[in-house]
Design a protein around this ligand. Structure first.
Ligand code: FES
Length: 326
């Protein structure tokens, strides 16, 4: 189950748009500890289709006593980004104390920071922290075009020629092979972006012979091949079908229905929520970074927190047995 979280009352105090499709909200948070590590995230309570839900976002640098998040409005979102975009100054909610699963090691001689699109949110804080401590670093930042590069201006002011931006619309592409081969042996790379970028980076890094522990990554939520659709889940030993709405994760639908689930990150990274697939009548849309490409292709298990079925019915075995639950 989820580790204990400390929830704090929070109120929106300002709103900005650091890129054409990104809304930044800053919250005054009651009793917030003044400092948190770069790469940390917070959970926030939102209402989606009239029902309470929890969404997780990276926190970006902000003044003491406040938390800022920057959220891209996803046309295919399950409702989380739209709920954040509806918030206005004065609105109240609750947020958790930031936690960090994407930490800087502070042990490398040089850091390569790689951001793809809205994946800049944890990387922004890392760049600020590394620069403040005088660490050797380079940041590369790619997006479809420059209007979609949130925080490019403050990053440029902070890093100067240590930042290189790549705009796909201008025919510029990030060359991961070249970036990795230019690194000293004990360098580390931190990457946040879409699943395809992360998988390419992992593949090239592995082939380069560098220790995988020196490539650290975080994925963001919009990694589906298909738009969200409602589907049915049947759990072995449970005895009835559970509907997973388009605006809901399978993990939420299962826990709401009383199926005991183990989970932690809710971001497709830790693998704790993975359940065995018995059968599927639709296409499985794997959106995690926990399984390898080969494992996803063979389809033995699915991460319930992010992955879904593209319509139809999924039969899973969570280990649940009614007689054990009674
Ligand atoms: S809870 Fe971590 S992968 Fe699902």
């Amino acid at each position: 189950m989820k580790s204990k979280q400390i929830w704090r009352k929070a109120r929106v105090i300002s709103m900005a748009e650091p890129a054409a499709d990104v809304r930044m909200l800053t919250f005054a948070v009651d009793g917030l500890q003044s400092a948190f590590d770069p790469g940390s995230h917070t959970n926030i309570k939102v209402m989606i289709n009239g029902a309470p839900a929890i969404r997780t976002y990276t926190v970006i640098p902000s003044a003491p006593g406040t938390l800022s998040i920057a959220v891209k409005l996803h046309p295919n979102s399950r409702g989380g980004s739209a709920a954040i975009w509806r918030m206005q100054p004065g609105d109240e909610t609750e947020m958790t104390e930031p936690e960090n699963r994407f930490e800087l090691s502070w042990r490398a001689s040089h850091y390569l920071l790689i951001a793809g699109g809205i994946g800049v949110t944890p990387i922004y804080g890392m760049a600020e922290a590394l620069a403040a401590r005088g660490q050797s670093l380079r940041m590369v930042y790619g997006a479809k075009n420059r209007s979609l590069m949130a925080f490019a201006e403050p990053l440029q002011a902070l890093l100067g020629d240590r930042l290189q931006c790549f705009s796909q619309d201008e025919g510029q592409h990030l060359d991961l092979e070249a970036e990795f081969s230019a690194l000293p042996p004990d360098a580390e790379a931190y990457i946040c972006g879409p699943l395809g970028l992360l998988e390419a980076a992992r593949d090239i890094w592995r082939r380069s012979g560098r220790p995988m522990s020196r490539l650290r990554y975080e994925v963001f939520g919009d990694n589906g091949r298909f738009a969200e659709q409602e589907f049915e889940v049947e759990v072995a030993g449970y005895g009835r079908s559970i509907t997973v709405r388009a605006d809901q994760t399978m993990l939420d639908a299962l826990t709401d229905a009383g199926v005991p689930m183990i989970f932690d990150c809710r971001r497709g990274e830790c693998g704790l929520c993975a359940v065995s697939i018995v059968s599927a009548t639709g296409e499985v849309d794997h959106r995690d970074v926990f399984f390898s490409q080969g494992e996803r292709k063979e389809n033995p298990r699915i991460c319930a927190c992010v992955s879904r079925l593209c319509g139809g019915t999924l039969v899973v075995d969570t280990g649940y047995r009614r007689e054990q639950a009674a």
